[in-house]
Design a protein around this ligand. Structure first.
Ligand code: HEC
Ligand code: HEC
Length: 257
């Protein structure tokens, strides 16, 4: 083969290759589904979340998270804190429409919860998870004070929960993880108010968590095991014991002199 012939052959096969590539490209753009990953620009994590969402959330929350009447609310802008709270405490996915979603063994593991959070967060961000690792480093006494002011009316002084007038109930907090408590405050599920960072600073929240978990660990929030009867009988016991102590001390001093 002459030099020229070889060159001509090479260009023509190059040309054929280019034509073939363009043809494949055009063919692909027709064949590919319109909502391919390239179009949506989702991260790999969010795409995995989308898949879970489409399998087990879409019937109640809608194809674009807009909500479905009588089934489930819109999730647009609820933020990852709400998703974390609902999925990590096993409340979601809801099995069927119940009056109040209950805490259950979670269906999804941490990685899957992260994927769902990433996907739902792409629809507009609400409250995000706290950046700190240690969510219990707040001051205990301050936490107790804040808990009594903000939480005890529904969850009881001991965090053991209680009925609400609406026929619903505020659950016990004795199974809640630090992050469950944090995200509950950030997202305010159902009848619970949202405690944004204006109402309770992140430091306030960590103090409350420290207090709740201290209650949980001691399983007895003070009160000398007299049935957690509250400050009045506790005061009475201290009074009686204290007076008896004084009387004994007086006798002792008296007998010595
Ligand atoms: C059977 C219907 C149903 C299914 C399935 C379902 N949900 Fe829900 N979801 C609800 C209802 C009803 C509520 C409101 C619950 C409440 O107020 O207690 C809700 C509430 C939520 C909220 C709280 C919204 C807010 O305003 O803070 C989130 C987040 C959520 N769902 C996520 C999910 C995810 C993620 C899935 C899939 C893994 C899922 N849900 C599956 C019905 C459903
Ligand atoms: C007006 C009543 C009300 C107040 C006040 C309230 N909560 Fe709640 N809380 C609820 C209700 C109702 C639920 C259950 C929501 C659901 O099931 O979707 C709940 C759920 C929770 C949960 C989830 C428990 C679990 O693990 O299943 C935590 C944690 C929590 N609240 C913490 C707090 C803290 C901390 C405060 C104070 C800063 C507080 N709540 C104030 C009503 C209240």
């Amino acid at each position: 083969m002459t030099r020229l012939a070889r060159l001509r052959k090479r260009t023509s096969s190059g040309l054929a290759l280019a034509v073939a590539l363009v043809a494949v490209g055009i063919g692909y753009s027709f064949a590919a589904p319109s909502s391919s990953a390239q179009d949506t620009g989702l991260s790999v994590e969010a795409m995995a979340g989308q898949e879970i969402y489409e399998n087990s959330c879409i019937t109640c929350h809608g194809a674009n998270l807009q909500g479905v009447e009588e089934q489930g609310p819109s999730l647009i802008g609820v933020g990852e804190a709400s998703v974390y709270f609902q999925v990590a405490t096993g409340r979601m996915p809801l099995a069927q429409h119940e009056a109040q979603a209950q805490r259950k063994t979670p269906v999804y593991d941490d990685a899957e919860v992260n994927q769902l959070m990433a996907y739902i967060q792409t629809y507009g961000g609400g409250p995000e998870l706290p950046a700190e690792e240690d969510l219990r480093d707040g001051e205990l006494a301050e936490g107790g004070e804040l808990f009594r002011l903000n939480c005890a009316s529904c969850h009881n002084f001991a965090g053991s929960g209680g009925a609400l007038s609406s026929g619903k109930n505020a659950p016990s907090l004795n199974q809640s993880s630090d992050l469950d408590i944090y995200t509950a405050m950030l997202s305010g599920p159902q009848n619970m108010p949202v405690f944004g960072d204006n109402q309770l600073t992140p430091e306030n929240k960590r103090a409350i968590i420290n207090y709740v978990q201290t209650l949980n660990e001691t399983a007895d929030p003070g009160g000398l095991s007299i049935g957690r009867a509250g400050p009045v009988p506790e005061g009475l016991i201290i009074w009686v014991v204290g007076i008896a102590g004084c009387v004994i001390a007086c006798f002792w001093v008296g007998t010595r002199s």
